[in-house]
Design a protein around this ligand. Structure first.
Ligand code: GLV
Ligand code: GLV
Length: 323
């Protein structure tokens, strides 16, 4: 009996691959950069399962060309790169890796918040460039975090993890989501606030929503215009929720004080982006879930989803498909 086949768009740790071995024959894309779209289409058309990363475009034409594909197993919590409608039409299961990366992602969001507020990267750069300014009343002054107001946009697992961190800093915590969460309001002491009010009142604004048609470009010029000039924006969700030109404008014009972003639209960020010259921006290259422990857990979950999907069983970590 021949084993089913799996195409992995990136190599995974050997202990993870060992778990897959009895169930499937794996072909692994060997590069650090994603396979080109054409290659991805060719491979997907031939195999029974694919393991994908968030930078792989799994659109309707790709899905339609697949003959045997039973499962798309994404190594991420977000899945905006996958056309769920097309997957549902072709009866292909889609899995993701929710939950395990919640705290790790909130840790990085918190790190960006602290770094942007207190100008840590800017200060580090100065020192490395031979500029240790004498202590002075106004040297590298930033924004207070302790006791400030945090506005959380998207109050799922990661948004709530962010709120727990903010409680340790005695912050007033506002949240906006399409769904109110009365239980969390009680247990975390957070206040549901319409988006515009949240933007007006917050000292820190942190985005933790899924990217979809409703959240695409939800922060643009009009939203920056609502914010305090001392506000700090943090985005560890998806770059496309923030208009990149409006972000550059807001930072350049001092419409807000600073930003910390782990995600951008597009990724990688273009080398000629005006944002790269801005000292009031802290940038990391989409690494919010990148702890060794969490990435290992995510890799195991993608394998568990593949094994179940190949056997025609419900995925342990399914993405709900449109009906
Ligand atoms: C990372 O961005 C993820 O969605 O897991
Ligand atoms: C992801 O874990 C979320 O916040 O929904």
């Amino acid at each position: 009996m021949t084993l089913p086949t799996v195409f992995l768009t990136r190599a995974l740790p050997s202990e993870v691959l060992a778990k897959l071995q009895p169930y499937a024959q794996a072909e692994i894309w060997p590069e650090e950069t994603p396979p080109p779209y054409e290659t991805l289409c060719q491979k997907a058309a031939q195999v029974d399962a694919i393991i994908t990363m968030l930078c792989d475009r799994i659109d309707a034409p790709l899905i339609q060309s697949c003959k045997n594909l039973k499962v798309i197993s994404q190594m991420a919590v977000g899945y905006d790169n996958i056309d769920l409608q097309a997957a549902a039409q072709h009866h292909i299961a889609v899995g993701n890796t929710p939950g395990v990366l919640t705290e790790t992602t909130a840790d990085l969001a918190w790190g960006l918040l602290m770094a942007a507020a207190r100008r840590i990267v800017e200060a580090d750069n100065e020192v490395r460039n031979g500029i240790w300014r004498p202590w002075g009343p106004d040297v590298l002054t930033g924004q207070d975090i302790y006791g400030a107001t945090l506005g959380i946009i998207g109050f799922g697992r990661i948004g709530q993890a962010m709120a727990r961190r903010a409680r340790g800093f005695d912050m007033r915590i506002l949240y906006y989501d399409i769904q109110r969460n009365p239980t969390a309001e009680q247990t975390l002491g957070v206040l549901f606030t319409p988006l515009e009010d949240l933007l007006k009142q917050s000292d820190f604004i942190s985005i933790h929503a899924y990217l979809n048609q409703q959240t695409y470009r939800m922060i643009g010029r009009p939203q920056f215009e609502c914010m305090k000039p001392t506000a700090v924006l943090i985005n560890t969700a998806r770059g496309a929720m923030v208009d990149p030109d409006a972000l550059a404008w807001a930072l350049q014009e001092g419409r807000i004080a600073a930003a910390g972003i782990d995600v951008f639209d597009p990724e990688p960020m273009p080398a000629n982006s005006p944002l790269l010259a801005m000292r009031n921006l802290v940038i990391t290259p989409h690494i919010a879930s990148a702890s060794k422990q969490t990435r290992l857990r995510m890799a195991f979950m993608t394998i568990e989803n593949v094994i179940a999907g190949l056997q025609g069983l419900p995925l342990p970590y399914p993405v709900p498909l449109p009906t």
